[in-house]
Ligand binder design. Structure first.
Ligand code: HEC
Length: 135
């Protein structure tokens, strides 16, 4: 019994520590936003433009390579790649301020879509190893 409660405590503690970025924001995205498609989806230059916005506005929290920093999650992740364009755009507009993600509603909307394009570009599935190449 004692052991069980110690295990429970450790579990609760781990949840509190990791609770900073649990993806719960995804459940708050309204259906209409979830299905939004980026107006820049066909623009090849959007991701490149977004990388500059990212470097200026986001890298100090999420890391220069979007690798994450402390409680600020990496943006190269299954969660980000699994989120729709609309989900990401919704989070950028609304933020999740009580967990430390600011709202970017004052940023021009095209720049927010450029950021979405950038996040997409860094989350492309890893290229398959070339056949015959050294592992
Ligand atoms: C002040 C620090 C800070 C800045 C600046 C910031 N973020 Fe965040 N961001 C966070 C935190 C903290 C979270 C975790 C929030 C949560 O768990 O809901 C987060 C979450 C996210 C997520 C969701 C990731 C996930 O795994 O759930 C995305 C996407 C994101 N940020 C993109 C951006 C982009 C793009 C910018 C630049 C416009 C940016 N952030 C700027 C702190 C920041």
């Amino acid at each position: 019994m004692k052991r069980l409660s110690a295990v429970t405590m450790v579990g609760v503690g781990a949840c509190l520590l990791m609770g900073a970025a649990d993806g719960s924001w995804l459940r708050r995205v309204p259906a209409g936003d979830h299905v939004r498609v980026s107006p820049l989806a066909d623009q090849k230059t959007a991701a490149e433009a977004g990388s500059h916005v990212y470097a200026a506005e986001c890298s100090h929290c999420h890391g220069a390579q979007a690798q994450g920093k402390g409680s600020r999650p990496a943006l190269i992740s299954a969660r980000v790649s699994g989120a729709s364009d609309g989900d990401l755009a919704w989070l950028l507009r609304n933020g999740n301020s009580w967990k430390g993600m600011p709202s970017w509603s004052s940023m021009p909307e095209p720049e927010r879509w450029q950021l979405v394009a950038y996040m997409r570009s860094i989350n492309l599935p890893a290229a398959k190893p070339v056949e015959g190449a050294a592992q």
